[in-house]
Design a protein around this ligand. Structure first.
Ligand code: ATP
Ligand code: MG
Length: 581
């Protein structure tokens, strides 16, 4: 599988925020990065101050911070000054409801302006903010609120009636519910309280290590974990936004992730605002025409999205993009799942630039490995570590982690801890947290390889590695080979027990519209994979599915494919998006 490397012109490289990777790595220190943070006038730090007040104080109050596209297509703009005042009001509402520094404020909202105001207002008030994805059912909501000890919730009356009302008795610490619309017994009207509140608020002075955010992981490999981040994380959000997403003040930027997941907060609120861009927020769900329209009509400069969405656009075919003009686009990035080389090449063809894959986790709080704007892209690779980040491939033997020197050796992807946005704990799971660290490394739970040029290549989750007749096979490699076939829209690959081989490779394939399942196509796909991968690695078995089971954040749940294959319990499926089999 060889894809041509995509090099950048000198002009593109020079124009990037980080024009020379090696020099920046040599010169970089987190202490210098901390100096990019404004800090509060009376000392201390607060993420919300870096996102809003610092720009208003510097004379940029009139710049649009958020352009909100409602489901029906109507747009509303909010300037940095307006966002500052609205979040001040929200902070005052929290205070008047008795919520002090350290209180846990949750949101259960679609992508509406209130969500952004609540996030920034809660941070200003020194509360810990936890956004929940609005499509969760009542039980996943309850367990996340219970784990975090929620004190307050901002939601809509529709979501309250459908999901919260019945479980309120089981949340004794949650005394405040603020409704963005309407009025229900036992709740307060956010609009009424906001109207009555002052738009002045003295941002709470926080220490670097004070808790700021609580995020739950996607639940791809098991029960979601509650991950705690602190105010100092803003240093990493800011610098990674600048280096890895190439955000420049004034850019029009679209992050398609929902704030219910860490990407939608770190790179859907904090990094863009601290870098003073104009964020485009779409309330609507994925829709091919709508997305191409937003990219073109909103003159997006920087677009941060995910492999599932890219694959859906690919599935829809080029025709769908034809009538649009993407001349404003300057940089495209992807995260959340391995990005198949086919998708990088497709992006390059259609938009004239590649998708820049980057890797990180809820735990790391910010981007750790990335394809940078000035750097040659090797399709299929996650890129190189951020300046200030030491990443390694380690072998785990006994109770030790030893770095592997030989290029292209599969091992666990590990990082030297110490960057500002690193998690400070898994809530109520100290033992699990402690297990993430060994011999001075943070162990990510992912398997990867590093090539001789220092690029990292994702192999799979450590639980997903397939051991077949003495070969170690990463599902990503097999999936990417199948993705190259014109009929294939999506693939999930697992290992299933096999008497002779130990495990054999099995692939679940969803087809693009216009293709029908048939024995002939099945044989063709088996042959295609065999040709690309060789008989030792190619799947022995392929089955067709209409859709693959995915998390609500868009990740293929291989553990579920496997559990179903083996007739085992499905485990925690709180983040499962409905899947049609
Ligand atoms: P859980 O930890 O609950 O099983 P999760 O790991 O999917 O869920 P997240 O923190 O949202 O939860 O996702 C981080 C993971 O997503 C990474 O550990 C990695 O497996 C995968 N991932 C993210 N970006 C990439 C990428 N660019 N390439 C490959 N995998 C990626
Ligand atoms: Mg994880």
């Amino acid at each position: 599988m060889h894809y041509t490397e995509i090099t950048k012109t000198d002009v593109t490289a020079k124009a990037a925020n980080m024009s020379d990777y090696d020099t920046t790595c040599t010169d970089f220190s987190w202490n210098d990065a901390r100096k990019l943070i404004d800090g509060l006038p009376d000392g201390g730090i607060n993420i919300a101050h870096e996102a809003l007040e610092r720009h208003v104080n510097a004379g940029h109050g009139a710049q649009i911070a958020l352009r909100w596209i409602a489901k029906n297509g109507d747009c509303t703009d909010f300037s940095y000054r307006e966002m500052s005042k609205l979040s001040n009001r929200f902070a005052n509402v929290l205070r008047s409801s008795g919520l002090e520094k350290g209180a846990r404020v949750y949101s259960l909202l679609g992508r509406t302006p209130e969500l952004y105001v609540a996030a920034l207002g809660a941070l200003k008030a020194g509360c810990i903010f936890c956004p929940l994805f609005s499509a969760f059912g009542p039980e996943p909501i309850h367990s996340r609120m219970e784990i975090g000890g929620a004190n307050a919730l901002v939601t809509s009356s529709r979501l309250y009636n459908r999901k919260i009302k019945a479980l309120r008795d089981r949340l004794p610490e949650m005394n405040t519910v603020l409704l963005t619309d309407g009025m229900i017994d036992g709740c307060d009207s956010l609009a009424a309280l906001m109207n009555a509140a002052s738009d002045d608020f003295r941002t709470e002075r926080m220490e670097l290590e004070d808790k700021a955010l609580l995020h739950f992981t996607s639940g791809t490999t098991g029960k979601p974990k509650g991950v705690v981040h602190v105010h100092e994380a803003v240093v990493a959000h800011h610098i990674t936004g600048r280096f890895a997403l190439d955000l420049k003040p004034g850019d029009r930027y679209w992050c398609t992730a929902d704030p219910g997941w860490v990407t939608g907060t770190s790179y859907g609120i904090i990094a863009p605002l601290t870098n003073r861009v104009t964020m485009i927020v779409d309330e609507g769900e994925f829709d091919v025409t709508r997305w191409y329209q937003i990219l073109a009509d909103e003159a997006i400069n920087v677009w941060y999205t995910a492999p599932t969405a890219i694959r859906m656009l690919m599935k829809a075919g080029r025709e769908a993009a034809r009538s649009h003009d993407f001349k404003s686009l300057r940089f495209m990035a992807s995260v959340g799942e391995p990005l198949n080389p086919e998708a990088v090449a497709w992006g390059n063809d259609l938009f004239g630039m590649p998708f820049h894959d980057n890797w990180w986790q809820t735990e790391t709080g910010g981007i750790m490995i990335a394809n940078f704007a000035s750097m040659t892209v090797k399709p299929g690779s996650m890129g190189k570590p951020l300046p200030g980040i030491t990443a390694g491939i380690v072998e785990l033997t006994g109770n030790h982690a030893t770095e592997v020197a030989e290029p292209m050796t599969i091992g666990e992807l590990a990082l030297r801890p110490g960057w500002p946005s690193m998690m400070r704990g898994y809530l109520h799971e100290e033992e699990r947290y402690a297990k993430c660290f060994l011999d001075g490394w943070y162990l990510s739970g992912d398997l990867a390889m590093r090539d001789a040029d220092g690029y990292f290549w994702f192999v799979g989750r450590s639980n997903d590695l397939i051991k077949s007749s003495g070969h170690l096979i990463g599902p990503f490699e097999v999936e990417s080979a199948l993705m190259e076939h014109e009929a294939v829209a999506e693939v999930g690959v697992i290992g299933v027990p096999d008497e002779t081989a130990g495990e054999r490779v099995k692939a679940y394939v969803a087809l693009k519209p216009g293709y029908k399942t048939s024995d002939a196509l099945l044989l063709e796909l088996l042959g295609h994979a065999r040709k690309k991968l060789g008989p030792a690695v190619a799947p022995k078995e392929i089955v067709f599915r209409k859709n693959l089971p995915k998390t609500r954040s868009g990740k293929i749940m291989r553990r579920l494919l496997k559990a179903r294959e083996l007739g085992l319990p499905e485990g925690d499926i709180s983040t499962l998006e409905s899947d049609e089999q």
